[in-house]
Each structure stands twice: as structure tokens, then as C-alpha cells.
Design a protein around this ligand. Sequence first.
Ligand code: PGA
Length: 261
Amino acid sequence: MPSPKCPLIAGNWKMHGTLPEARDLVAAILRALPGLGGARLLLLPPFTVLAEVAKLIGGTSVELGGQDLFWEDKGAFTGEISGPMLRDAGCRYVLVGHSERRQHLGETDATVNLKVRAALKSGLKPIVCIGETLEERRAGKVSAKVDAQLEEGLRGVTAGEVGQVILAYEPVWAIGTGETATPAQAAEVHTHIRGRLAENYGNGPASCAIILYGGSVKPANSYALFKEKDIDGFLVGGASLDADAFFGIAREALRADREKK
Ligand code: PGA
């Protein structure tokens, strides 16, 4: 089993994957897995294929998460999925506050906070997505934006719980656009985030925290990004739908990781 300090490569399938497509993609991933060694792979497929993917990856090192959850465990909330339901489907992780949900589905820092707390209560590790828009970057408001998202999104999360929280810095302008933050731009924000965690929770939890980068990650840019000291893994969208590209990213991250140590 890869250790928790290995690069974490998470594949956010977004709204892609019928059952046959999911089966094909997982089969390709499992074929490539024995040659990888070291990285932790996490799949975040749509709800409708979670149970099937859980079955297919059972007994391997590949892990599973949902793309969202609701903050109540059950009740009259038509269309929603709860933490206990995700656990039941085999998940140990859940994305919270992805920018596409913030943009199209009314997700706010307040709902992100409710979801983070619900995930922790259900024994799921929330992967909390934060990041600025292009306008905010141009206006010099990157730190202010991520600070506000961290402050609101993690409100009430204790030092004992924060080790279960994974952060994903995803500049909105880099998601699905082919435009990636430069390694230096990403590193600056990752170091800032780790600094904020240290102020709020102490150096121990901050140094152990996993901070992923996301936004047009591909095999060609993952080595240079992962070389940066505060980048612990990737949240991959488009490229995670192609097993070759997904493994290319994981291999490049592992190569950079070996050189970092
Ligand atoms: P992308 O998506 O890799 O397609 O840019 C990343 C994400 O949205 O998590």
C-alpha cells in the first residue's frame, strides 16, 4: 500500500462515465497499476457508477470518493446524496466546493463549511477546493480570496480534525482551459495556504496537510509542478478520463517526488 506521504493523484471524472465507460476506464487503470508503484490514486466518478467502481477496485490500492455531498444524513432533500450514502457506496473521500459547483450550482463558502463538517462526521476526508478567478488574480486579490475561502470553509474544524482535510488549490482560470498556473504561481499560493494552516492549527498539522494543485494538469506539466515543495499531489479533471494521461501524470509526480526527497 502506498504511504500517506506519497503523491496523491485524484481523478475528477466530473459528469462523465456511463457504466460501460466507467468499466472500461477502470479496467485500463487496473492494467497499468502494477507498473506504477508509490503514488496514491483516487477516483472521483459520478454517483451513478460509484458502487460499480468500488467493486472493480476492491482489493487494490486505488481509492474512491464522491464529487459532492449534502450536509444532512437523510431526509426530504430530493436529488441529494449524503455522507453515509457515500460511505455505503465505498467512498472514503469527497470533493467539496469545486469551482464548477460554486459557479453553476450556488455553492457558497457557507454551504462548503456545512459539507466539510458533514463529511468529517461521516468519516469521509473532504477535499476542499479553493482558488481565485482571473479578475481576482489581476486585481492582486489571490491571497485575500483563498484566505476567505479557508476561513469560512473550515470554520469550526478543530486541530484534531484538520488532518482529515485535504485542500485543492484550483485557480478558476486554469480549470478545463488548457491554461495552467506556472509552477511558481502555484507554489506561491500553496506555501501561503500552508502558512495559514500553521497560523490556525500549528506547524505539525500544517506540515502534514495534503495540498493538491488542480487546473489543466497533464503529463507535460506535472513534473515541474510537483517539484515545488508545497505541492503534494494533483486534482486532475479532463486528463483523468484517459488512463495513459492519468498514469503519465502519476509517473511524472513520482519522478519529481524522488528528486525532492
Ligand atoms: P481540468 O479540471 O484538469 O480539466 O482542468 C480540474 C478540476 O476541475 O478538478
